[in-house]
Ligand binder design. Structure first.
Ligand SMILES: CSC[C@@H](O)[C@@H](O)C(=O)COP(=O)(O)O
Length: 354
């Protein structure tokens, strides 16, 4: 069988968030899961930007990869006039889609650099597509490497349970997962007793996506309301809380899905390990600390309603930051494909990321 240009298709895991076809990109509409598996076909960067904004595709690495494909589509479908202006405009539009996950800006920077090296539209079409595929493939490889490193670091001698937050699996990445990749690997090695998945209010990435991904692969998953996490950790069965990241700053602070910070506080109180798993594309050494990270706030309707059904008084004032910052001091390990930063601080981060 010829090698597909869709990197996810070349991996054994069944779950994929996107399919690349050179002149179009298909995204699995994550807003409709688990009720419906519906794919959206896109032929331009504006559509991809819209899908990132509306969370058809979400998760830091997956956002970066789809944006890269968006730039490739802009070249492929350039109108024939000023193709360079069209590609630049596409990059600007994609960059404005969501603010917190640095993977988006990281991927766009790579695509922009590649674009600047192109002397014709023909060359841009080929090179930008190849680079987007490479970004996708590299992310998948990084996920697999992080799973190796995390297991080496945890050094388990018998099966144990973990708790996770949000969705960090194949749907959020190039195809295996960051935190969920580690959990998959534990399961593959018969070292996972059970994974507790926070439902992750308000968007419910945990119940709609993580529980779906894991259940269809036969990974033992128990879904819990976010507020149950303390009671679960108090029972002593969970050895590690394992989460992903949207941006990690030079001092080791981590922005991740809202509720991650509370989990880190809980983990420290219960003497449970707290591990962050993220590719180096999530590291932003240009920002000194988590205070500098732009935190996205989304519409209050995401809290007031579930699937359009009111769960709060109409028009009630809502505060809906969708990420929070966990201080480095509450984190036991940051696992990347380049290595593990144990008890992260600026020295450990610089040693690995310069
Ligand atoms: C591998 S995904 C890591 C993070 O991106 C994930 O935990 C998260 O916060 C996703 O947020 P989302 O708002 O769903 O894009």
């Amino acid at each position: 069988m010829p090698k597909s240009s869709n990197p996810s298709a070349n991996h054994a895991m069944g779950t994929v968030a996107m399919r690349w076809h050179e002149s179009s990109l298909e995204l699995l509409d994550q807003r409709l899961l688990p009720a419906e598996e519906h794919w959206i076909t896109l032929e331009g960067a504006s559509g991809v930007a819209q899908c990132i904004r509306d969370m058809v595709v979400r998760g830091a690495p997956a956002i970066g990869i789809s944006a890269a494909y968006g730039v490739a589509l802009a070249a492929r479908h350039a109108g024939g006039g000023d193709w360079q202006a069209e590609i630049k405009q596409a990059i600007r539009e994609l960059a404005a889609s969501r603010p917190t996950a640095v993977n988006l800006f990281w991927a766009l920077q790579i695509m922009e650099k590649e674009f600047h090296g192109c002397h014709s539209l023909d060359e841009a079409v080929k090179r930008l597509s190849a680079m987007a595929v490479r970004i996708h493939e590299d992310d998948l490889a990084a996920n697999l490497a992080m799973a190796d490193r995390a297991l080496e670091f945890m050094a388990p001698d018998k099966p144990f349970s973990v708790l996770t937050h949000c969705n960090t699996g194949a749907l959020a990445t190039g195809g295996y997962g960051t935190a969920l990749g580690v959990i998959r690997r534990l399961h593959e090695e018969n070292l996972l007793k059970r994974v507790y998945a926070d439902e992750t209010r308000p968007w419910l990435q945990g119940s709609r996506l993580t529980a779906w991904e894991l259940a269809r692969e036969g990974v033992p998953v128990t879904l819990n309301a976010d507020g149950a996490a303390a009671a679960i950790l108090a029972r002593g069965e969970v050895k590690w809380v394992v989460v992903g990241a949207d941006r990690i700053t030079a001092n080791g602070d981590v922005a991740n899905k809202i509720g991650t910070y509370s989990l880190a506080v809980l983990a420290r109180h219960h003497k449970v390990g707290f591990m962050v798993v993220a590719p180096s594309s999530t590291v932003d050494m240009a920002l000194a600390s988590g205070q500098d990270i732009p935190i996205e706030e989304r519409d209050g309707s995401e809290v007031r309603q579930i699937k359009g059904v009111p769960v709060a008084p109409e028009g009630v004032r809502v505060f809906n930051p969708v990420f929070d910052v966990t201080p480095a001091s509450l984190i036991d390990a940051i696992v990347t494909e380049k290595g593990v930063v144990h008890n992260p601080n600026i020295t450990g981060m610089r040693a690995l990321f310069g």
